[in-house]
Design a protein around this ligand. Structure first.
Ligand code: GDP
Ligand code: MG
Length: 601
């Protein structure tokens, strides 16, 4: 295709503002998917995605749209490549690569809701990538829609005349044809050097059990053809392009990809880490000198231990993680053992949603019952002798004197109706946030805070939602490390550490964490033949203590020797319980108690 006849765009929107529905209508109106084959949320193909209404993996689809030339009147056929971006902050690197594959973006805003935090975050990313922005109001069919107000909000934000903002309904299809016209008119055609060595940017790679890894690319310069030897510039790995094609919407092989085109390539590799998002593909015969800018390795931000509740499931868990890793380059894991929980894996995730998605998939696709330890972030600990240690697990925290601890910080943007300003500020301050700025957008306010990521992974979003009746939205991006007064709190049973409960917390919160955990465990751990102290300690200093009193009587004494069936039941119950008992020193604890203490109930 002549680059002048190509338009590459994406839709950026806050979750639930109607991106998938609008994409459906575009596929239908352009005839890419026939009415007969149409089903809701056509491009969202993972089960969890559908159920939770989120897009996890981006996809690219090619549509055709005819439009007369404004000067000559001659009707031109345009190839519109729609690149679906993941909407969530955990995947912001993938979002940024999808945006880099486009020249323009549809900024979709629910006309009943207005601008939200993810709208803003993605809009800023799109502007950094110099994309042409087409603002669009969606859901104008809703009685609660207030297009005038929301149009003013948008115009205040990005400039322009509120009157010019398109009004559509992804549900009814109203306004969608005009929107397609506008995509052609307003979004610039891609430019590149067709004679230069090939350079294609990978903006997504997906594992397909039948075809292996499918790599989605945007051609920037030159051309890629099937059967050619290709080279991944970050790893220098060589592959053969077995198949090259475009999605329209099903995979359709082509004779190659040229400047400005968006498509996929299949090399037969089985592991997405061979085909990394952000990397540049070139050819072996005539390789490019420089890779395209912007490549970075996915870096896990949040770590948690995943343990099978039934210890015999451990091999299944290992196999399941091996499988998931094929399709998820950001997932990391290594074996770990815990006194309280047995054998499991320490896993690294991009963020909390990523953690949730992976544990959900393990439960659902592999039928595993799992317990996750409290999420932890990555700390840089400098010992007194100057040695630096990276700590992703509180149990690795060095003993002895510490010179300094650095923790990851994030720039947080919170958007909420302005009556909630007070309660949000209070919450952010209690989480060690420092205010960076505040701006009013009509009836709403955007608050920007610098906050430790460790405070956010700990139920921050739940608190934010409940304080604002669900109206606040949150987004964040990394902003480097910062020194903080952090300590490790250990929990001890009769003097023995229970590893899964160690936590790295700010020194002002240490006492709270200690009393909460010791109290919780006292209620959950059954009485033993002897008294058991439960302590919280920082190093050798005990900061909280509870006692489990010793039992005096035999459990069977209650039965007066009379009721045989009750006696048998008790014995059976005890036997059953024994199977799942964990020994911490001399103390016998049912695994359920640890699990309950970790899940906070
Ligand atoms: P996404 O999260 O941005 O992909 O949003 P979806 O496309 O999944 O839409 C979220 C919800 O809004 C769904 O229940 C849709 O049926 C509904 N929705 C989407 N577009 C419209 C619209 O134009 N009008 C109305 N009334 N509802 C819509
Ligand atoms: Mg969606």
């Amino acid at each position: 295709t002549d680059p002048a006849r190509i338009r590459n765009f994406c839709i950026i929107a806050h979750i639930d503002h109607g991106k998938s529905t609008l994409a459906d209508r575009m596929l239908q109106i352009t005839g890419t998917v026939s009415d007969r084959d149409m089903r809701a949320q056509y491009l969202d193909n993972m089960d969890i995605e559908r159920e939770r209404g989120i897009t996890i993996k981006s996809q690219a689809v090619r549509m055709h749209w005819a439009l007369p030339d404004p000067d000559t009147g001659e009707v031109g056929d345009y190839a519109l490549n729609m690149i679906d971006t993941p909407g969530h902050v955990d995947f912001s690197y993938e979002v940024s690569r999808s945006l880099a594959a486009c020249e323009g973006a549809i900024l979709l805003v629910d006309a009943a809701q207005g601008i939200e935090a993810q709208t803003l975050a993605n809009l800023y990313l799109a502007m950094e990538n110099d994309l042409e922005i087409i603002p669009v109001l969606n859901k104008i069919d809703l009685p609660a829609a207030d297009p005038e107000r929301v149009a003013r909000e948008i115009a205040d934000l990005i400039g322009g005349d509120p009157e010019d903002i398109l009004k559509v309904s992804g549900k009814t299809g109203a306004g969608v044809e005009e929107l397609l016209d506008r995509v052609v008119e307003r979004i610039p055609a891609p430019v590149g050097d067709k004679d230069a060595p090939a350079r294609a940017m990978i903006f997504d790679s997906v594992y397909d059990p039948y075809r292996g890894v499918v790599t989605y690319v945007r051609m920037v310069d030159g051309r890629l053809t099937p059967r050619e030897k290709i080279l991944m510039m970050s790893t220098r790995a060589e592959h053969e392009a077995l198949e090259i094609g475009v999605s329209s919407p099903g995979p359709t092989p082509t004779k190659g990809l040229a400047v400005g085109e968006v498509g996929y390539l299949i090399t037969g590799v089985k592991d997405v880490r061979q085909s990394k998002v952000g990397d540049t593909v070139t050819t072996k015969l005539k390789p490019a000198d420089d890779a395209l800018p912007g490549y970075t390795d996915p870096k896990p931000m949040v770590f948690s231990g995943l343990y099978p509740i039934d210890g015999s499931d451990y091999p299944v868990l290992r196999e399941a993680l091996d499988k998931l890793k094929l399709s998820d380059a950001a997932l990391q894991y290594e074996p770990e053992t815990s006194v309280a929980l047995g054998f499991g894996f320490r896993c690294g995730f991009l963020g909390l949603l990523h953690l949730e998605i992976i544990s959900e998939r393990l439960r659902r696709e592999f039928d595993l019952d799992l317990i996750a330890t409290a999420p932890s972030v990555v700390y840089q600990v400098t010992r007194e002798d100057g040695v630096e240690v990276t700590v992703t697990n509180p149990s690795e925290y060095p003993d002895g004197k510490i010179a300094a601890v650095r923790e990851p910080m994030v720039r947080t943007a919170i958007l909420a109706p302005k009556e909630y300003v007070g309660t949000i500020m209070e919450l952010c301050q209690s989480r060690r946030g420092s205010l960076l700025g505040m701006e009013y957008l009509g009836e709403r306010v955007e608050l920007r805070y610098a906050m430790p990521l460790g405070e956010i992974v700990f139920d921050f979003f739940d608190h934010l939602k409940s304080r604002t009746q669900g109206y606040a939205s949150l987004d964040y991006e990394p902003m480097g490390d910062q020194e903080a007064e952090l300590v490790k709190v250990d929990i001890l049973l009769q003097g023995d550490k229970v590893d899964a409960f160690s936590a790295i917390v700010h020194k002002d919160n240490a006492y709270h964490y200690g009393t909460m955990m010791t109290e919780r465990l006292r209620k959950l751990i059954p009485r033993q033949q002897f008294e058991v102290p439960i302590q919280a300690a920082i190093g050798a200093r005990v900061i909280a203590r509870e006692n489990i009193r010793a039992i005096r009587k035999d459990v069977l004494a209650k039965c007066y020797g009379g009721d045989i069936s009750r006696k048998r039941k008790l014995l059976e119950k005890q036997k059953e319980g024994k199977k799942r008992m964990k020994m911490v020193g001399r103390v016998e604890v049912p695994q359920e108690a640890f699990i309950a203490a970790l899940s906070g109930d």
